[in-house]
Design a protein around this ligand. Structure first.
Ligand SMILES: C[S@@+](CC[C@H](N)C(=O)[O-])C[C@H]1O[C@@H](n2cnc3c(N)ncnc32)[C@H](O)[C@@H]1O
Length: 294
């Protein structure tokens, strides 16, 4: 879906009022946006350039833009809880997602992570246990990226803990193996157990876990001598208030969301795997330099 030119019928748009409140709408030429201050017919918006200002019948003004992915993810309808955009951005970098990269993603949830992977050019195979969530994810992805993206987006109602079927979704042409695993489900270590058969050597796994005890379990799963470049990161994101002489961090920020644990499949090691109970000793080691593995 092209995101340049005049605003078109059928596409998503964002109405922003003078208090910065944001409303995600679909530009249906037969419909209007309604608020307590009257309405604006979408036909007045269609054909206008982005950034146009429109007013409701009672004078409430809005600027109209195409939604950014950040806007869309935060405003779209959800089945499952989405990955927050600050973490999505970090995951793309930690997993080193590139155009044509074959990603195994589970759980698909509301499709927020899928959207970012697809927009980065990845070919995504997704597993999601809940059919209703999968349908919601497909709608969300199509709403933002258009139906053409389904050429690169194959999702299945499947339990990822049970295993990963290879040779489907057109991946068998060269190798059935995936380049990346992106995991956001309660027990990612159960999926990591299948990685040696489904992820290519050098492939990267990133697991998103709200709780540190889950991150610890992921670290144990990656501590079998088959993974290198293992790290766990938390992304802290703070905006600033800058107005005249008042220059300070905003009072509110998104507090904790999740831990991002990454590992790279390197195949069998020459060294003996460390026993799991030495994991905590590793915490005393110096941290990676900022920007190292993100
Ligand atoms: C937090 S949501 C994922 C949100 C998604 N990353 C997004 O950004 O929209 C976790 C999802 O994992 C799914 N799930 C849980 N266990 C699963 C399993 N064994 N196999 C596949 N999906 C599973 C849940 O149904 C849920 O939709």
């Amino acid at each position: 879906m092209s995101s340049i030119g005049e605003l078109r019928a059928g596409e998503a748009a964002l109405l922003v009022d003078n208090k910065g409140r944001r409303y995600l709408v679909n530009l249906d030429p037969e419909k209007q946006y309604h608020s307590h201050a009257g309405f604006v017919p979408f036909s007045q918006i269609i054909g206008q350039p982005e950034g146009v200002q429109v007013a409701t019948t009672k004078g409430q003004k809005f600027r109209v833009f195409r939604p950014t992915m950040n806007d869309y993810v935060l405003q779209m309808k959800r089945g499952a809880q989405v990955i927050y955009p600050k973490d999505i951005a970090a995951i793309l970098m930690m997993a080193d997602v590139y155009p044509g990269c074959r990603v195994f993603e589970t759980g698909v949830g509301s499709g927020a992570m899928s959207m970012a992977l697809l927009r980065a050019g990845a070919i995504v195979t997704g597993y999601e246990v809940r059919e209703d969530f999968l349908a919601r994810a497909q709608k969300n992805v199509e709403g933002f990226l258009g139906a053409g993206v389904f050429e690169r987006y194959q999702v299945h109602v499947a339990d990822a803990y049970e295993g990963i079927e290879l040779g489907r979704d057109g991946l068998e042409e060269d190798t059935p193996l995936f380049d990346r695993f992106v995991l956001d489900l309660p027990e990612p270590w159960q999926v990591i157990a299948h990685a040696p058969k489904a992820l290519r050597p050098g492939g990267i796994i990133v697991a998103y876990t709200p709780s540190i005890t889950q991150a610890q379990q992921v670290r144990r799963a990656l501590n079998n001598g088959m993974y290198d470049e293992v790290s766990t990161t938390e992304v802290l994101y703070r905006t600033w208030h800058i107005e005249g002489q008042a220059v300070r961090p905003d009072h509110r920020m998104v507090g904790h969301t999740a831990f991002l644990t990454r590992g790279r499949l390197v195949g069998p090691s020459l060294e003996k795997p460390q026993p799991a109970d030495t994991d905590l000793d590793a915490a005393a080691e110096p941290l990676d330099a900022p920007g190292g593995n993100l």
